[in-house]
Ligand binder design. Structure first.
Ligand SMILES: Nc1ncnc2c1ncn2[C@@H]1O[C@H](COP(=O)(O)OP(=O)(O)O)[C@@H](O)[C@H]1O
Ligand SMILES: [Mg+2]
Length: 357
């Protein structure tokens, strides 16, 4: 079992509140990714769960047991850090078995556990090597192996892939997803990288200034962000946000630059419309919802990001086909896929859309 619950959990350093009133219920076997900008409290939260930092208010439960003040060893969680923290003078086998040597386990049992973990992580041929003889990805696998042999009820990962180059990060991401399927253990994974969050998570928790901005499946966060922060944090390239106002029943005015018909609840008063680059289309200047001038374009192989400047709406990123015929300086129209757009009120919260009849 490995259910983890935080109930109004908080952390203060002196007078500064780092984590505030955080409620989180993690099911056994779930893969939860905590994502947010640098300094928002991700590592602090993970260290609170691990027992490496004291929780200063609220409660933490593991498998229903209150462990708010329990020492790390009683929590049966294993933590994997960004820096691998391997012992340089020990082989891979010794590094992986070291934690177990401190328990009363027999040498045979330790060997069996290390062999099994090495097999899962494809480290068997490397067991007699020293850390300096390994690549970054292999070192991180050893660090994960050291966690696996302890058979924890849950794994805590703190930005484990940040030190790896981009190609290796993609490989390791797939490895970690596979490992989660193989072990079926609860995993909490902290990252500032929204792509890692989208690809790994059963559920994403978006953190800002120690508060949960939204939690949900990657699909829910992408399609129905609860607020502007989540809307712009999740998705790459990020969502365009354009000022607008209501100009009649089911009609939004784009700051005098055009209008868009949308089914709106009668009381809704959106002040911004959010549209992802892939939900915008370049059309002839007179036939779009708004218009502008092509300021720059970035050819990305599979598609091209076209940046269109409108004096009142700002710089708008439109994802166009790779061989987009539009040239710098050209006047273009932009059509917005209204059905996929998000609306935000004055406080930045999303406004629910009335379903089109
Ligand atoms: N020991 C500490 N004493 C005081 N402030 C701290 C301490 N550790 C972290 N902080 C502060 O807590 C905030 C969150 O830090 P951290 O959890 O490391 O963020 P993240 O992992 O999201 O980048 C930061 O503003 C940091 O300066
Ligand atoms: Mg951190």
């Amino acid at each position: 079992m490995g259910t983890i619950s935080l109930r109004k959990a908080g952390k203060q350093y002196g007078t500064s509140e780092i984590i505030r009133d955080l409620d989180l219920e993690i099911a056994d076997g779930e893969f939860v990714v905590i994502v947010g900008p640098s300094g928002c409290g991700k590592s602090t939260l993970l260290r609170m769960i691990a027992g490496l930092e004291q929780t200063t208010s609220g409660k933490l439960l593991i498998d229903g047991r209150d462990v708010t003040t329990a020492p790390p060893v009683e929590r049966k969680l294993a933590m994997v850090f960004q820096s691998y923290a391997l012992y340089p003078h020990m082989t891979v086998r010794q590094n992986m078995g070291f934690g177990l040597k401190l328990t009363k386990l027999s040498a045979d049992r330790i060997k069996a556990k290390v062999d099994a973990a090495a097999d899962t992580l494809k480290l068997t041929p490397l067991l007699d090597r020293y850390p300096r003889e390994l690549s970054g990805g292999q070192r991180q696998r050893v660090a994960i192996g050291r966690a696996i042999v302890r058979e924890p009820v849950g794994f805590l990962f703190d930005e484990p892939l940040s030190n790896l180059d981009a190609a290796l990060r993609v490989d390791m991401r797939l490895e970690i997803a596979k490992l989660h399927r193989a072990l079926g253990a609860t995993m909490i994974y902290v990252t500032h990288d929204q792509v890692e969050a989208m690809t790994l998570a059963d559920r994403i928790v978006v953190l800002k200034d120690g508060r949960v901005m939204q939690q949900g499946t990657p699909h829910e966060l992408y399609e129905t962000p609860a607020n502007l922060f989540v809307a712009q944090f999740i998705g790459s390239p990020k969502m365009n946000v354009l000022p607008c106002s209501r100009s009649g029943e089911g009609r939004l005015d784009l700051s005098g630059e055009g209008a868009i018909e949308l089914p709106l609840a009668s009381e809704a008063a959106p002040v911004q419309i959010g549209a992802r680059p892939e939900h915008l289309f370049l059309v002839a200047p007179e036939s779009g919802h708004c218009r502008g001038t092509v300021e720059a374009s970035e050819y990305l192989g599979g598609n091209t990001s076209v940046f269109v400047r409108n004096p009142r709406l700002g710089l708008i990123n439109v994802s166009a086909v790779a061989d987009s015929p539009f040239r710098i300086g050209e006047a273009v129209g932009i059509r917005i896929d209204g059905a996929r757009a998000s609306l935000f009120g004055a406080d930045g919260s999303a406004i629910a859309r009335r379903q089109a009849a």
